[in-house]
Design a protein around this ligand. Structure first.
Ligand code: SAH
Ligand code: SF4
Ligand code: F3S
Length: 490
C-alpha cells in the first residue's frame, strides 16, 4: 500500500469491534456537497447494485441521494454508467460469492472504459479479509468505502476521480449517527426509515455486529420529523428499520424512551401504514405489545426471528432467549392481537445440530404457525465464534433439513391463506402485476401479496379486495369497491 492509499485506510478489525466499549455516540449533520464537487456528475450516470437487507437497500437510497446532489442521474445500463457501485452484503457466503463474481465480470468493462469509477461499499467492505483480497487480486476496483462513512462519498469520489490508486476508506469504529442525509427513495408510496443502527447482540453465527457497529438510536424527534415529512409528501407506508428495533432507546442517556414509546408517537402521525423490522424476541416488552394492540396505522404483522426451536442450539447461538420464552411471547402477542401474522427467520444445520434438535425447530414451526419463514442453511462467517465450532453435520443432511422445513412451512402457509377465502382485505395497490398488465397487485396490512383485476386509477391507493383464490405465497381476488382513505386503518 503506498502512502497516499494509507492515508485513507483504517483497517477493518473484527477483534477491535468485538471489544468495543461505551464510546459516546455523536450525532453529526451531513454537510452540503462541497462547492468544488457540485455539478461534478452533470450529464453523467450512476448505477448502484444492491445485495443485502432492507438496511442495505436504504443505504443505496442514501448513496443515490448524495450522487444526485452532485449532478449524477440513475441508469440501468452498465455501458452508460460513469460510476458503478456494488453495495454488498456479508451475511452468508453465497452473498459474497455473487459480489466477487460481479467484480471479476466488470473487469472487461473497466478495461474498455478506464474513466469508469468502479466501487464497492456495504458490509463486505467492513471485513478485513475482503478488503485485502480486493487490494491484492482486483486492482481494477477504484474505490472501497464502508457502512460508517457513506456521508464522505463526495470526498471519496473526488479522490477516486483524481487518483490512479485505489481509494480505500473503511472505518472500523463503533459508529456515529449522521442526520440530514439526502435520500433518493426508489418508491413514492412506501419508504424505509432508519430508527437505529448497529447491533450489540453478537449472535455467534452473525457478522452484522462487526460490519454495522454498536447499537445506537436516532433521536425520536429526528425519526418523527422524517415520518411527518414523508406523510406530507404523500407516502402511504413506512417501515422502521433496525437490526434489532426492540432495543431502540436503550442507549439514550438523557431520557427514558423505548420502542413502544416511539410506536405510540408514530401511531399519531397521519401515515396510513407503519411496519417495522427486525424484532429480537429478547427485548420485546409488554408495553410494546399494548401499543401494537391499539392498531390504527400500526399493522398486525410482526417479523420475529427465532432461528431454532431447540434450547441447546439457541444457547450456542447466544440468542439470549429460550424456546419457552419465545413461545410465551408469541402467546402474549396472539392474545393481544388475535389476527396477528407472524413471520420468522430460521437457520438449519448449525454446527453439531442433531436430528432431534432439528425436530424441535419443526415442532416450534407447527406450534407458532407462521404465515411465512425465511429459512437458511448455516454459513460460517470468518471471525465469528461459530466459525470456530466443530461442525460435523454433512451438507446433504443440512440440505435435506432445509427441504423438510420448507415443505412444512408451505403446508402451513397454504392453510393460513386458505382461511382468507371469501374475506375482504385492504390492499395498498402498488402497480400492475409483473406477469400481466391487466392485473393489479399490492399488499395487505399483513404484507401478503394480492393480485386482482381492477381499474388503473387504483394504483397508489387503497382498495378492498375479496379473496377468491388463495395460493401458498400469493392471494388472488376480486375488487369490491373503491375504499376511500378515511376507512384506512379502521
Ligand atoms: N437482525 C436480524 C437479522 C439480520 S440477518 C435479527 O436478528 O433478526 C437475517 C437473517 O439471516 C437472520 O435472522 C438469520 O436467520 C440469517 N443469518 C444470519 N447469519 C447467518 C449465517 N451465518 N448463516 C446463515 N444464516 C444467517
Ligand atoms: Fe445478527 Fe443476532 Fe444482531 Fe440479528 S440480533 S443482527 S442475528 S447478531
Ligand atoms: Fe447483509 Fe449487512 Fe444487511 S451483512 S443482511 S447487508 S446488515
Amino acid at each position: 500500500m503506498n502512502e497516499e492509499m494509507a492515508r485513507y485506510f483504517t483497517r477493518p478489525d473484527l477483534k477491535a469491534a468485538k471489544k468495543r466499549g461505551k464510546q459516546e455516540v455523536s450525532v453529526l449533520q451531513f454537510e452540503h456537497i462541497p462547492e468544488e464537487m457540485r455539478g461534478i456528475g452533470d450529464g453523467k450516470r450512476y448505477m448502484i447494485k444492491t445485495y443485502g437487507c432492507q438496511m442495505n437497500v436504504h443505504d443505496s437510497e442514501t448513496i443515490a441521494g448524495i450522487l444526485e446532489l452532485m449532478g449524477y442521474e440513475a441508469t440501468d445500463s452498465e455501458e452508460e454508467a460513469s460510476v458503478i457501485l456494488l453495495n454488498t452484503c456479508a451475511i452468508r457466503e453465497n452473498a459474497e460469492d455473487k459480489v466477487f463474481g460481479e467484480i471479476g465480470r466488470l473487469k472487461t468493462l473497466k478495461t474498455e472504459k478506464p474513466e469508469l469509477v468502479l466501487g464497492m461499499c456495504g458490509c463486505m467492505s467492513q471485513e478485513e479479509g475482503v478488503v485485502n483480497r480486493i487490494l491484492t487480486k482486483h486492482q481494477h476496483v477504484d474505490l472501497i468505502f464502508g457502512t460508517h462513512n457513506i456521508h464522505r462519498l463526495p470526498h471519496l469520489l473526488k479522490e477516486a476521480l483524481m487518483s490512479k490508486e485505489m481509494v480505500v476508506e473503511v472505518w472500523s469504529k463503533e459508529g456515529d449517527i449522521v442526520e440530514n442525509l439526502p435520500k433518493a427513495r426508489e418508491d413514492g408510496l412506501k419508504a424505509w426509515v432508519n430508527i437505529m443502527y448497529g447491533c450489540d447482540k453478537f449472535c455467534t453465527y452473525c457478522i452484522v455486529p462487526y460490519t454495522r457497529g454498536k447499537e445506537r438510536s436516532r433521536r425520536p424527534e429526528d425519526v418523527l420529523a422524517e415520518i411527518r415529512d414523508l406523510a406530507r409528501k404523500g407516502y402511504q407506508e413506512v417501515t422502521l428499520l433496525g437490526q434489532n428495533v426492540n432495543a431502540y432507546g436503550k442507549d439514550f442517556t438523557d431520557r427514558e424512551y423505548r420502542f413502544g414509546d416511539l410506536m405510540d408517537d408514530v401511531r399519531k402521525i397521519g401515515i396510513p401504514r407503519v411496519r417495522f423490522t427486525t424484532s429480537h424476541p429478547r427485548d420485546f416488552d409488554d408495553h410494546l405489545i399494548d401499543v401494537l394492540a391499539k392498531k390504527g396505522n400500526l399493522v398486525e404483522h410482526i417479523h420475529l426471528p427465532v432461528q431454532s426451536g431447540n434450547d441447546r442450539i439457541l444457547k450456542i447461538m447466544a440468542r439470549k432467549h429460550t424456546r419457552e420464552h419465545y413461545l410465551e411471547l408469541v402467546r402474549k402477542i396472539k392474545e393481544a392481537i388475535p389476527d396477528v401474522v407472524l413471520t420468522t427467520d430460521i437457520i438449519v444445520g448449525y454446527p453439531g445440530e442433531t436430528e432431534e434438535q432439528f425436530q424441535d425447530t419443526l415442532s416450534l414451526m407447527r406450534e407458532v404457525e407462521y404465515d411465512s419463514a425465511f429459512t437458511f442453511i448455516y454459513s460460517p462467517r470468518e471471525g465469528t465464534p461459530a466459525a470456530r465450532m466443530k461442525d460435523d453435520v454433512p451438507m446433504e443432511v443440512k440440505k435435506e433439513r432445509l427441504h423438510r422445513l420448507n415443505r412444512l412451512q408451505e403446508e402451513i402457509s397454504r392453510r393460513k391463506n386458505e382461511a382468507l377465502r371469501g374475506e375482504v382485505v385492504e390492499v395498498l395497490v402498488e402497480g400492475e402485476s409483473k406477469k400481466n398488465p391487466d392485473i393489479l397487485s399490492g399488499r395487505t396490512r399483513t404484507n401478503k401479496l394480492v393480485n386482482f383485476r381492477g381499474p388503473k386509477h387504483l394504483v397508489g391507493r387503497f382498495a378492498r379486495v375479496r379473496i377468491d383464490e388463495p395460493r401458498t405465497w400469493t392471494l388472488k381476488g376480486e375488487w369490491v369497491e373503491d375504499s376511500p382513505m378515511d376507512q384506512v386503518g379502521s
